[in-house]
Ligand binder design. Structure first.
Ligand code: FAD
Length: 435
């Protein structure tokens, strides 16, 4: 045991990463009475929603003709908090069904929910080491401006997106799926576009293609242009680079190249009618990694089972988004909705490490094959897998076992949706944006 961990503070549950998955995990665990710590290396919670300009929550609603809410629980509390701040629009329909939000309101709302649940939140804390004894993680070290500190816990949730905790603890992980890894994109936010202006996606695509033919460094030519509540700014997901998030040289190069592209896209945007005075409000601030490592879990969710509509008795979360794949070579994207636009089951075993008994996966780290992973990774579903992982971790911390019936019962008490028949219909989603 290292110097830092010998006298380390002890928790029941420690969650690494404060994105949608980590926040839901920490709140889910704390609401069961577990002494819970949430560690996040940024200065705010939210993950991609606040650190990557990903300003559209997908996966909360089914994609069929009738829009139903597939994720409640902590996600429902977040939506309520955003509505109170007039900081969310939707649900709206574009390739899928989603809500658009203001990221500053997300930061405040998540702070409030964690405080109310009694979660200890350590911001500016980067988890950099983990120790294990046998098949269990015993402690981690994190770094801040005070140096290195240790934490002990009985159960752990890796919601880091990159499986940092699992990797440092020597748990079984893999990068992508069989050599396939979803492309990364730097979310950008543009201002100065009057509310009355709708960006013509076809015209934008033509302008990008022409500029590319002229040798300008542009990658994607199609994106959602989502109009944000409060500011009226427009966010889009165009700037893309093929990089490896585990390699600081590769990632640093991507960040620099991404900023060049963000200004190139601004030039294109300014050629669109009504957008002449557009300006760049922000990039990221971090590059958006869609896929990195996954925990090798007791079971891997297979998209062929989703396609077959396989029913499960061990469901702990519902997925509702489609297989959204962004190709690293062509920069093109494809989308396959779940059959009938219905919700599908995510079993508990996809969140349980196969070789580390007290480690649970949540959000991007959860185990799905190439297609299933490209669906369950979205933030709406990450809230659901996060809450399930947090509840499972709290129960494990209590008695050292994982009983799916107990996990399901605790989740239902926290208003999580585990059965599609319990989904509530929402008012018809309106089409607000063109592709
Ligand atoms: C360009 C782009 C567009 C997308 N579009 C959408 C969309 O429209 N809608 C949607 O719902 N999803 C979208 N996604 C997917 C979605 O953003 C992610 O899959 C989702 O954020 C996953 O949630 P998470 O909580 O697992 O991870 P993240 O949101 O990535 O959060 C992980 C957190 O862990 C922290 N962390 C990482 N390592 C450490 C460490 N060692 N110590 C401490 N903290 C650490 C990070 O700082 C981060 O806050 C998009 C993704 C990208 C990149």
């Amino acid at each position: 045991m290292s110097m830092e961990t010998r006298d380390a503070e002890a928790y029941d549950v420690a969650v690494v990463g404060g994105g949608a998955a980590g926040v839901a995990a920490a709140i889910g665990a704390a609401r069961l009475g577990a002494r819970t710590l949430l560690l996040e290396h940024m200065g705010f919670l939210g993950g991609a929603a606040t650190a990557r300009n990903v300003l559209t929550y997908c996966g909360l609603f089914t994609l069929g003709e009738t829009t139903k809410q597939a994720v409640r629980g902590v996600a429902g509390n977040v939506l309520d908090g955003l509505r109170r701040l007039n900081a969310v629009t939707g649900p709206v329909r574009h390739r899928g069904v989603f809500v658009v939000f203001d990221p500053e309101a997300v930061k405040l709302t998540l702070d409030r929910l964690c405080t109310a649940a009694g979660v200890d939140v350590f911001l500016h804390s980067f988890v950099s080491e983990a120790e294990r004894e046998g098949d269990a993680i015993t402690s981690i070290n994190f770094d801040d401006h005070g140096g290195r500190h240790g934490i002990r816990a009985k159960a752990w949730v890796d919601a880091s997106g990159d499986c940092d905790l699992a990797t440092f603890a020597g748990a079984s992980v893999r990068y992508g799926n069989h050599g396939h890894v979803n492309l990364g994109t730097l979310g950008t936010r543009y201002g100065g576009i009057p509310a009355s202006v709708e960006i013509d996606a076809e015209r934008f695509k033509q302008a990008v293609d022409q500029a590319r033919a002229a040798g300008r460094p542009l990658t994607k030519d199609v994106s959602l242009f989502a109009r944000l509540p409060i500011s009226g700014d427009v966010c889009c997901y165009l700037v893309s680079v093929d990089y490896d998030p585990r390699d600081v040289r590769s990632l640093s190069k991507a960040e620099a190249e991404g900023r060049v592209q963000a200004y190139e896209y601004l030039d294109i945007l300014r050629t669109m009618p009504g957008c002449e005075r557009a300006y760049l409000v922000s990039t990221g601030p971090e590059f958006g990694t869609r896929e990195s490592r996954h925990i090798n879990a007791v079971e891997q969710l297979k998209w062929q089972d989703v396609r077959a509509g396989r029913e499960r008795s061990d469901t702990v979360a519902l997925g509702a988004w489609g297989v959204e794949w962004h190709d690293r070579t062509t920069f093109e994207s494809t989308f396959e909705a779940p059959p009938g636009g219905a919700a599908y089951s995510i079993p508990l075993d996809c969140l349980r490490s196969r070789d580390t008994a007290n480690l649970f996966a949540a959000g991007r780290t959860a185990d799905g094959d190439q297609q299933a992973g490209a669906s369950l990774r979205v933030m709406g579903t990450s809230f659901a897998t996060g809450q399930a992982a947090g509840v499972a971790a709290a129960l494990f911390a209590n008695d050292g076992t994982v009983d799916v019936r107990k996990v399901q019962s605790a989740l239902r008490n926290q208003d999580a949706v585990l059965d599609p028949r319990d989904m509530l219909e929402v008012r018809r989603a309106t089409t607000l944006f063109r592709a």
